[in-house]
Ligand binder design. Structure first.
Ligand SMILES: [Fe+2]
Length: 401
């Protein structure tokens, strides 16, 4: 059954790629305008569902539709007998296009099948809610990890810079690799323009390649802070715990710490037009980090891995780099950080510990062909290993802790 599901899904993706995802998408509309301005287009999904925050007992399913609707997820081990939809304060999150559904109380190490359903809302008058067409996606599946697993693996990409084809090229290298999740380590875009850019340049390639079945983390780089749609970006993703761009989580023997390194220049730089405040944001993260490393779940974990877009070294002496170094590097030194994984410089490299930093710094490359990389991290209780693969398939190097 699993094999057939996979075959059907690939066929579905090919079909939808040619029909739904190449130019037939609606212009980007604010949520409240979408309904009225999309009447000529048939009601439909703008993305396949994508997974976020998959744990042993829960997962978040997200998807976008082209018109306001009431949506839900149907899921189960053998059928679709469970329903999940999101609600707040007693109200279901309806009459929206961007959907975020939490599937709770899942069993560990279990494969679930799921599909998403949307019922268009044609009019929303008091005591008179009129529904239109109902659409249902194809079936997909995901498998929850083992609770307290002894191993973890992931692949890490960075600095794609609005080149959706790079996802296909780099994931072509990952076909033989095992990975529990994918990390997008910043600068997936040059700057944020609108929803359509997020869909076409990130969600379409990611869902076609892996994200319907394997979750990903979208870590912000300095380029995601730019552009008129930067303030809407966070809503398209799900972050663990406190819905911030900085967070931590444990998977297998690794405690991952994700930091948002912010912009690379001073907040006062004319490029930012007087509307950024990254010094304060990094200081807020430094306080959070000090608290985080004081917790027993951090100190008890075998490996501590930091993922941040701008590396604290090997990235010039611009303000962003130096502020990260000043705030975060002393904490890394004091708390036995096993590895820092970054991007930003567009110059890939594996930098072993030196007298300046006691931890290795792994920097992925990009965005030009010949300079793009995929980092594969895997860890068990014996070792933590990263391998960096260049886009021609050659292995740039490995680092083992
Ligand atoms: Fe960058």
């Amino acid at each position: 059954m699993m094999k057939n599901e996979r075959i059907d899904r690939r066929r579905f993706i090919r079909n939808t790629s040619s029909v739904m995802f190449t130019g037939a998408i609606l212009p980007v509309l604010p949520t409240d305008m979408a309904k009225s301005e999309s009447k000529e287009d048939s009601f439909g999904f703008l993305t396949l569902p994508y997974l976020q925050n998959l744990n042993h007992d829960m997962v978040v399913v997200m998807f976008i539709i082209n018109s306001n609707a009431h949506s839900w997820v149907e899921f189960g081990e053998n059928g679709f007998d469970n329903i999940a939809c999101s609600s707040r304060d007693g109200l279901v999150d309806a009459d929206i296009r961007l959907n975020k559904m939490i599937l709770k109380n899942l069993k560990p190490e279990t494969t679930y099948f799921y599909r998403v359903v949307s019922k268009q809302i044609l009019s929303f008058d008091p005591y008179d809610l009129k529904y239109g067409e109902k659409i249902t996606s194809e079936a997909f599946s995901f498998t929850t990890p083992k609770k307290d697993s002894g191993s973890v693996s992931c692949v890490i990409l960075n600095d794609i810079h609005d080149r959706p084809d790079s996802f296909y090229d780099l994931f072509g290298l990952a076909e033989q690799l095992k990975f529990d999740f994918v990390v997008l380590n910043g600068d997936m875009f040059d700057y944020q323009t609108d929803e359509r850019q997020i869909i076409d340049h990130l969600l379409v390639p990611c869902t076609n390649l892996f994200a319907t079945e394997t979750p990903f983390l979208m870590i912000r780089g300095n380029h995601e802070t730019r552009g008129k749609y930067a303030r809407q970006l966070k809503g398209y993703f799900t972050y663990p715990d406190h819905d911030e761009y900085y967070f931590s989580f444990r998977q297998g023997p690794v405690h991952f710490i994700v930091l948002d390194s912010g912009e690379d220049k001073e907040d006062e730089h004319p490029e930012y037009g007087g509307i950024v405040n990254f010094d304060e944001f990094r200081e807020e993260q430094a306080r959070w980090l000090e608290n985080e490393v004081s917790k027993s779940e951090f100190s008890d974990c075998k490996y501590k891995v930091v993922i941040m877009h701008i590396p604290p070294f090997y990235s010039g002496n611009g303000h962003g780099t130096m502020h990260c170094r000043k705030l975060f590097h002393p904490v890394f030194e004091r708390h036995n950080i096993a590895m820092v994984i970054s991007g930003h410089t567009h110059a890939y490299g594996i930098h072993p510990p030196t007298t300046e930093h006691s931890y290795p710094i792994i920097i992925g490359g990009g965005p030009q062909k010949g300079n793009r990389t995929l980092i594969h991290l895997k860890a068990n209780f014996e070792n933590l290993e990263t391998e960096m693969i260049k886009d021609d398939g050659s292995i740039i190097g490995r680092y083992t802790v």
